[in-house]
Design a protein around this ligand. Structure first.
Ligand SMILES: [Zn+2]
Length: 316
């Protein structure tokens, strides 16, 4: 049996990511429809409703429907396939995926290959300008987050953002383009960048609030302000599983008194992200950004987000 909680999580998996895992090429919320002989992309995705619909053949549904119809699986099989693909643990012991398929779906990230980069990371002048000049990030936060920078062969400057699991093990890297070019982000193969700054979780004290932010920049701003924070990459890339798994690892004396907080971005995806998270984490509290600020990072750089403690968020 598939429990209600698991079903909810599967239905919240971002529809476009699911489509891409299933082999569809998604561009500007559209792809060729796999359910009829399509020459021009007529399958469109609604980020807001997390659904797909073909305007020619009428195929429509959500994440589970798409999986069922594309892979020819029944409802239960489709749910287990989605759960496996997204490392959602609740499933029977025999996996419906064979070893080879599993490997293809989840290329491995090799932490040993990259760990040395983050032992003594250094920042280029471009990275300093971005973090300190533009974003007003506290140097202790930069050090805690082990932010580094590098320049590729084409001369593009990248900020190197490591992702750790709650135990501090490197699980992925996000490279952010510092030259405002495209692509904005690059990830080494197999990087698991679903949830940022999970290593802060082990510093949580009993009763201390934990903030959930959208994107790394807001997370650094939140940490700089004295709040403990983790980040979800963006509203459209919400993978709630990494977050729930991390929270599940908290010791009971912390988790029973834990309160979760959020300053949603002042836009539709921001509010939608809040509602999605609140459905999973009913205690999540909504905070309003100061007037005129679209996100917490902006409130921070405009000095409209007060520090909450004289001490520091990441000094335990
Ligand atoms: Zn169609």
């Amino acid at each position: 049996m598939i429990d209600r909680f698991l079903l909810q999580r599967l239905r919240y998996l971002p529809i476009e990511e699911v489509a891409q895992r299933l082999g569809l090429t998604v561009k500007q919320h559209k792809s060729l429809c796999p359910f009829h002989d399509d020459q021009h992309p007529s399958l469109s995705f609604s980020i807001q409703r997390n659904t797909y619909r073909c305007f020619v053949c009428g195929a429509h549904g959500g994440t589970i429907d798409l999986t069922m119809h594309l892979l020819g699986k029944d409802f239960t099989q489709a749910c287990y396939w989605l759960a496996d693909e997204n490392c959602i643990p609740e499933r029977p012991s025999q996996s419906p995926l064979k070893g080879e398929e599993m490997k293809q779906a989840q290329p491995l990230f090799d932490p040993v290959r990259y760990a040395r980069l983050f032992e003594h990371p250094t920042l280029s002048p471009e990275a300093c300008r971005f973090l300190y000049g533009e974003r007003h990030i506290d140097p202790r936060v930069v050090s805690w987050c082990r932010l580094g920078s590098w320049r590729d062969r084409k001369g593009i400057n990248w900020l190197q953002i490591p992702y750790f699991d709650p135990k501090g093990q490197l699980i992925g890297i996000q490279n952010r383009n510092l030259d405002n070019q495209s692509p904005r982000f690059r990830f080494p193969r197999g990087s698991r960048c679903n949830c940022y700054n999970l290593q802060v979780i082990r510093l949580l004290r009993q009763g201390e609030p934990l903030y959930i932010t959208e994107g790394c920049s807001d997370c650094w701003a939140m940490l700089s302000s004295g709040r403990k924070a983790i980040a979800i990459p963006s509203a459209s890339l919400l993978n709630t599983e990494a977050l729930l798994q991390a929270l599940a690892q908290l010791p009971p004396h912390i988790s029973t008194k834990l309160t979760l907080h959020m300053y949603p971005d002042r836009d539709l995806p921001g509010e939608r992200l809040f509602l999605q998270l609140q459905a999973l984490l009913p205690t999540l509290q909504h905070h309003q950004l100061p007037p005129g600020c679209k996100d917490f990072g902006e409130a921070w750089t405009q000095q409209l987000a007060p520090r909450i403690t004289p001490s520091h968020a990441i000094s335990s």
